[in-house]
Design a protein around this ligand. Structure first.
Ligand code: BV8
Ligand code: ZN
Length: 243
């Protein structure tokens, strides 16, 4: 059990606006592999080599095989105590904005509301022809590829490397980072931009930065609190700090 610094607990009790950024590490204890940690490989491919428009252009069947594999993993596992704690914190805190780089929608499944998805989600797919974006059930699969009723090929509804993030989501996330009293960075290696810029925005606007991660990251030196450990073990202990 983590014993938290009294100053941090007092800050949480008094915080009126909290912003939280999560990365793949929040779903690690659900059994989903992170991008850069163990299991971040699939067959002999690195995630970053597959999560690109070029890879999809070159071999859409391979990329869809990877996403279907990941969809199956998401369906076979469940949100963990970290996701549940964050949803509970949101219910208790005055104003808590949850921003995620995850594409598994576990935050929503655990009851969080108004989740800002910076990198899209892998549950839905988008038609390259008519732009319709819907859940997998409407996909018409032929030879390892999903098609739209309009005949167009569909792609995973995620943001790939080299693609811009959804403008509205990014604006909302920037505003939450600039307006919060306390910013949590949880389960992210703080390497992928522009998401990794958010804690710096918050710090420059005067927020206290709390990082939760079993390992140090490039953000750690800038964090006011570094809670070293797993999100699923640390977060439940923090919930009661929110009155
Ligand atoms: C853009 C969706 C340009 C797909 C993803 C050089 C320098 C700086 C930037 C760049 C550069 N070269 C290229 C760029 C830009 C690039 C980027 O930042 N690259 C990085 C790698 C250097 N960014 C982009 O391309 C972005 N777009 O910049 O557009 C542009 C600009 C204008 C106009 C047009 C275009 C798009 C980025 C989005 C890419 N898509 N995902 C999919 O999921 O399939 S990113 C992918 O990485 C996931 O979303 C993932 O969440 C994200 C970040 O990784 P993390 O979440 O941090 O996961 P990671 O595995 O790295 O770390 C896990 C952490 O958890 C670890 O720290 C571990 O210790 C910790 N952990 C483990 N267990 C636990 C735990 N923590 C807590 N509890 C535990 N139990
Ligand atoms: Zn279509």
């Amino acid at each position: 059990m983590h014993n938290f610094d009294a100053k941090l607990l007092a800050l949480l009790r008094g915080a009126s606006r909290v912003a939280i950024l999560t990365g793949a590490g929040i779903s690690a204890e659900s059994g989903l592999p992170t991008f850069r940690g163990p299991g971040g490989w699939w067959r002999n491919y690195r995630a970053e080599d597959l999560a690109t428009p070029e890879a999809f252009e070159r071999d859409p069947q391979l990329v869809w095989e990877w996403y279907r594999h990941r969809r199956a993993q998401v369906q076979q596992h469940l949100p963990n105590a970290g996701h549940t704690a964050l949803a509970e914190m949101q219910r208790r805190a005055g104003h808590l904005t949850l921003i995620t780089q995850c594409v598994d929608r576990y935050h929503q499944q655990a009851g969080a509301r108004g989740v800002i998805e910076l990198h899209g989600n892998l549950i839905e797919s988008r038609c390259l022809q008519c732009g319709a974006q819907t859940e997998g059930a409407t996909e018409i699969w032929r030879e390892g590829l999903p098609y739209c009723a309009c005949g167009g090929l569909r792609r995973p509804a995620v943001v790939w490397f080299g693609e811009s993030l959804p403008g509205a989501a990014l604006q909302q996330a920037f505003r939450a980072a600039e307006e919060c009293d306390i910013f949590f960075s949880i389960g992210t290696s703080a390497l992928v931009y522009p998401a990794a810029h958010l804690p710096h925005l918050a710090r420059d606007a005067g927020a206290a930065i709390v990082e939760i991660n079993p390992e140090k990251t490039p953000l750690t030196p800038q964090a006011h609190w570094f809670l070293q450990g797993r999100a699923g073990e640390i977060l439940p202990g923090l919930v009661q700090a929110f009155s």
